[in-house]
Design a protein around this ligand. Structure first.
Ligand SMILES: [Zn+2]
Length: 223
């Protein structure tokens, strides 16, 4: 397996990782950049979307799904695999993202400023909805030379971490992970033994009370 990050590497948002094996190209997440990195959403992906065979989505937050309509617009012709809750939440998130982009564009036009065309629109979104395929937690599925299984990440409804295998090697892609002992969501599952873990580290420099210490706040700061 060859793994190349095209987002959420040395930054928090824009989760997008290409995994290749035997000419099959699988994308893990296709998220938007947010905050200070937002302008990177208009940049090329860094790979040709027409050559991607399928996308696996960890969960429905915009920084994990937000560039899916742009992937469609730029020629991706495959299916997008999601859990059932993710299928239901995804339109809410993306339609809101589109509305915000449209409002920002209208604001620029009103001020007489240059307003570049939107990177994707309703048509791309409608096409994306026809590409969604629902998969069930814990069932082993196949995509080309890969097999994979989704386990509950406890981060929001439908969130999953992805266990992926090919040619006798295995990896886990964490997506975003939730805390244990929450009121509403289930606890994240324990992972299987694998060769490699791609793990989010968004709050990895903090201790989250009361789950791991009583001190609260930052206990160590990485620069
Ligand atoms: Zn998230």
């Amino acid at each position: 397996m060859r793994i190349t990050p095209f987002g959420a590497a040395q930054t928090v948002t824009g989760s997008c990782h290409l995994v290749e094996h035997q000419n099959y190209r699988l994308l893990l997440d296709c998220g938007a950049y947010q905050g200070a990195d937002e302008e990177r959403n208009e940049a090329p992906f860094g790979f040709d979307p027409r050559t991607v065979d399928a996308v696996l989505i960890s969960h429905a937050h915009n920084d994990h799904i937000g560039r899916l309509p742009m992937l469609i617009r730029q020629g991706f012709a495959g299916r997008v695999y999601v859990t059932e809750p993710t299928r239901l939440i995804l339109p809410v998130i993306l339609e809101d993202a589109l509305r915000l982009m449209q409002e920002e564009r209208e604001r620029l036009v009103r001020k007489g400023r240059e307003a570049p065309p939107l990177p994707w629109n309703e048509r791309d979104l409608a096409e994306l909805y026809t590409r969604l395929e629902v998969v069930t937690y814990y069932q082993t599925q196949s995509l080309g030379p890969f097999s994979y299984r989704l386990r509950d990440a406890g981060h929001l409804p439908g969130s999953a971490f992805i266990q992926l295998e090919a040619a006798g090697r295995s990896l886990i892609f964490s997506g975003d992970l939730g805390h244990r002992r929450k009121d509403v969501l289930v606890d994240p599952d324990y992972p299987a033994m694998v060769d490699l873990v791609l793990c989010e580290g968004t709050y990895g420099d903090r201790c989250a009370p009361p789950f791991c210490c009583n001190a609260g706040g930052v206990f160590r700061h990485f620069e």
